[in-house]
Every structure is written in C-alpha cells, then in structure tokens.
Write a protein that binds this ligand. Sequence first.
Ligand SMILES: *[C@@H]1O[C@H](CO)[C@@H](O)[C@H](O)[C@H]1NC(C)=O
Ligand SMILES: *[C@@H]1O[C@H](CO)[C@@H](O)[C@H](O)[C@H]1NC(C)=O
Ligand SMILES: *[C@@H]1O[C@H](CO)[C@@H](O)[C@H](O)[C@H]1NC(C)=O
Ligand SMILES: *[C@@H]1O[C@H](CO)[C@@H](O)[C@H](O)[C@H]1NC(C)=O
Length: 560
Amino acid sequence: MKMKMVLLLVLVWMSAASAAKLGVVQTEGGQVEGKSHWTGLLRSVDVFKGVPFADVPGKWEKPKPHPGWSGVLKATEYRERCLQVTLLQTKTQGSEDCLYLNIFVPQGLTLSTNLPVMVYLFGGAFLLGASNDLAILGDSLYDGKEMADRGGVIVVTVNYRVGTMGFLSTGDSRLPGNYGLWDQHAAISWVRRNIRAFGGNPDNITIFGQSAGAASVSFQMLSPYSKGLFRRAITQGGVALSPWALQRNPMGLTKKVARSVGCWRTDEDEMIACLKMSDPVGLTMAGKINVLLLLGKGVVMDLLELAPVIDGDFIPDEPSQLFHNAAQFDYLAGVNSMDGHLFAGVDVPSINQKNATSVDQVRGLLARLTKEKGAAAIDSSYSVYTSNWGLAPEQDLVKKTVADIETDFLFLVPTQIALQLHANNSSGAGTYSYLFNMKTRIPGLPSWVEAEHSEDLQYLFGKPFSTPLVYFPRHRDLSGYMIAYWTNFARTGDPNRGDSRVPVTWPPFTKYHRPYVAINHQMTKYSVNYDLRSEYVSYWSRTYSSLPTVRTVEEEEKEV
Ligand SMILES: *[C@@H]1O[C@H](CO)[C@@H](O)[C@H](O)[C@H]1NC(C)=O
Ligand SMILES: *[C@@H]1O[C@H](CO)[C@@H](O)[C@H](O)[C@H]1NC(C)=O
Ligand SMILES: *[C@@H]1O[C@H](CO)[C@@H](O)[C@H](O)[C@H]1NC(C)=O
Ligand SMILES: *[C@@H]1O[C@H](CO)[C@@H](O)[C@H](O)[C@H]1NC(C)=O
C-alpha cells in the first residue's frame, strides 16, 4: 500500500513536471500542430516541420502569399526540398512545391514568450541544399533543437528555390532573377508576422547562414526591402562581396541553359518563351556543374554560375555600394581558417596527395584566379604569397599556401571588407569578427589542414551533444562556446551579453580597431587578435583591385 502511494506520487509529480507545450498554434494561414520533444527535466522543444510560408511559386516568379487552409495542419514531417540536382548531379530531387519552414521552440515549466528568433539560411552554392539537409546521424545537420534548448532562442530553418529555378536571369525584366532571395525574404517576413504566436519576439529576429546561405544573409542585409524587417545578421564563410556570390553575365548563362534544353533561338524573346515552356526537371539538370569542363583552364569558382544578380530591384546596385542599408543591423561575421581548402583541392589536386606541389602549380593557380587582370596580377600576387617561403620552402608550406590563396580570395578577404564597410557605416549597430580554426575532423587530410568549409556547422548546431559518441569532450566545449556567443548575440546584439557565459570577451570591430576571436576548443584571452591577415586583405582590396582589367567576362564567353 505504501509502495503504491509512493509510485502514485511519483507519477503525479512526473506528469506535472513535464515542460509546457504549445499544442495547436494559430498562424495567418490556419492552425498548425507540431510535436513536443523532451530534452531534460522540465525542458522540451516544440518542433513544427513543414509550415508553408508562401504558395507554390510560379516558374521564375516571386513567391505569392499562401491561400491558407482549414482544420489543423499536422506540422510533423519535413516537406520536400526545392527542385535541384542531386549531389552526384546524375538526376534531380525535390519539388516545385517547396516553400516551407521549420520552427524549434524551447519550453520550460511555463510557455516561453518574447524569445529571440534565429532564422537559418542553408548553403549549397545556390545550386542545392534544403532546410533539413544532411541527415547523416539521425537528425538533419540543421536540426534546431540543441541551439534552441541550450541558447533559449527560437530557431527557424527555411527552404528557398535554388539552381535554375531559383536564379536563372536574363539581366532584365523578362527574367529578373533572384527568385531564391525573394523566397528568403518572404520567409523572414512570415516569421516577423507570425512568430509571436509561437512565443517569439518579432522585434528580435537574427538571420544567419553559411556559405551561399551566408552570402544570402548578406544580400538580405543590403536589400532596401529589408528595412526594419530583422535586427541582426550572422554570416559564416560567405558575403555578397565574395567573387562567387554574384552573376555578372546572367544572359550568357541563360543562353547556355537554353542550348542545353533545346531552346536556343537567335531571337531572345522566342528563346525565353521556349524556356518558360520547358520541363522544370530538364531545366534543373541544365544547371549542373561539369568539373570536367575546366581542363586545367579555369578554377572551380568559375563553375558556380547560378547566383544572385544586380536586378535593379531587390539588389539595386553593386553590393559594395549598398552598405548604408546594412548599417541598421548588428553584424557578426567570420570564416573558417581553411574555407578554401575544398576548392584548392580540386584546382591543385597535389596539395592533398603525396606528390609534390610545384612552384609552377602555385603560379598557375594565381594566373587562373586573376586572369581578368593579366600578367601584372600574377607577379604581384605571387610575390605576396611567397614572401615567407625562403629559398627552399617545405612542401607543407607550399601546399598550405595554395589553400590560403583560395581561402583569402573566395572567403576571407571579402568578409573582412564587408566587416569594414559595415563598421564604417554603422552608427550604433555592433560589428564582430571571428576566425574559426578548429583542426579538421575529416579523416585522411594532410596534417596542416585546419577548419575546412562547413566544419563550423556541426558545433553550432550542437552535434557533439546530440550524437556524443562520435565526439570528444573538447568538441562539446567548442559547441557550447559557439552556441553561447551566437545566441547571446541574437538576444542582445553583443555576443558577450545574454543568458550564456562565454570563455573570453569578444571585443567589437570598429572603424579604427579590427579585433577578431579565434574560435576553437581552447579559448582564452589569447584568442583575441587583431588585423586578420591584413597584408593579404590589403593586397587584394587595394593593389589587386586597382590593376586595370585586361579581359572581361563577356570576352571570355566569346572565346569558349
Ligand atoms: C530582445 O530580447 C531580449 C531578451 O528577451 C530583450 O531584453 C530585448 O529587450 C529584446 N529587444 C527588443 C527590441 O524587443
Ligand atoms: C558606407 O557604405 C557605402 C555603400 O553604401 C560605401 O560606399 C561607403 O564607403 C561606406 N562608408 C564608409 C565610411 O566606409
Ligand atoms: C602522383 O603520383 C602518382 C604516383 O605516386 C602518379 O601516378 C601520378 O601521376 C602523380 N600525379 C601527378 C598529378 O603528378
Ligand atoms: C573603413 O574606415 C577606415 C578608417 O577610416 C579605413 O581605413 C578603411 O579603409 C575603411 N574601409 C573600407 C572598406 O572602406
């Protein structure tokens, strides 16, 4: 009898001790019901998957409002990704009906209210990817539960159109381009209008993203359409100033796509009419990347062609001329120390092999990267990158230099310039800079490789906590640091202030002082340094950019 009593009490206590849950939530389109996931004593995360934020989009049209639904929409499964080529590019996957988002809301004993909101834009070269991408060990890489639970923020992950369907453009009003950016804008706007019902604060929205998702965040910051829409932004390994982030000759690309789907016509209007009638699957396949086309001539970057354009509307001008629009947002940005290694390994394969990397290969890479500026650029860049080589450089140094060149050119330098333009234009909004330099966990890479492209994401999304068996305690330390800085920033605009303790104070980047923190598993006061790779930033942004252009993209096209 006594035993039964105790058991009953325990049961009563346990049911009372479960965290609050949202149940059915009323949105502008109708009611949605998600699922509550237990995360600890008195803690849970309400997860809503596949909530529509726009109607099924018309081909190469802006997204339209969703017509709404009656009854309760069960938001418990991810919806299909936007139509795209598969990773191996042999076929397509996904659907045109893809404008959905997912919401992760942390709960305690009582229902959460007024939480900061973090909206994530996935990466994938504007060609592939999804809000629920990369489910390797159970949940998607971008599953928001750990960040939401540990950081006390609402995480939202959104889909947007990619590839031909997301970015094909004629460079004029016939096919203006940037449909994927409009999708992102529609998703952020939906969050602003609806997130209060989920316990979020619509005046406290941070957008964040990585790679093409980071460049997307950057474009959202620069667009005049974002005025007052969100409050802060984080870019990880990509900005609108990255050389791969903008397509400057969209008509040239559209003609190539037209050729490959049998729509080539001398009359442009007829060609466009034909494209508009073409099968979306064929059009999507026509956007695939063919690395074999390089034949040692170009660099991988040249193949990333489907990208945002200056459309005179969402992006009215050169990105570097739009930073007055970004000045209203707090901004945190950085790169991985070897963000360019992946690309370098395709452009100069010997860096990852036993074979030697020759001085000629280094010069060859510089020549291919700088071809629009001709011989003067080869000589000047070569002397900058070999200044610390001495007479007989070790192979590891030569190989690392190749990775540094691509990291600087594709990611690091553009990010530093974006940080400077932001800080120089800001009056009140904060600017913060980081370098993520945790040693790579990818097996089989040479010992000099630090943080490869995308390696920051597993820590930010808390994988060392959710899949502890494949990580060590040091990885959980790092994961805790990143979640603390990122969610503090979302809460207050300052990565040091908020609900989470941080290992070292991260000083702001200003017009006259350029500190950054080195993010890894051992963070101390020595993690704060100044003027990240300033001689290389200065080379590319001053010396190189003032050299005269000898060949334009259009001339290149004619040669091919
Ligand atoms: C953002 O959220 C934090 C924490 O809830 C709060 O202190 C701050 O006032 C909010 N900012 C706005 C503009 O509501
Ligand atoms: C502010 O941004 C504009 C582009 O909008 C840029 O041209 C200008 O140089 C920036 N101002 C400063 C002081 O850097
Ligand atoms: C690299 O070395 C292997 C043998 O060690 C050789 O077969 C291969 O051709 C070399 N590759 C290059 C690009 O030199
Ligand atoms: C930002 O302002 C500083 C100080 O005036 C200047 O040295 C720097 O060149 C500016 N950066 C950019 C990108 O305009």
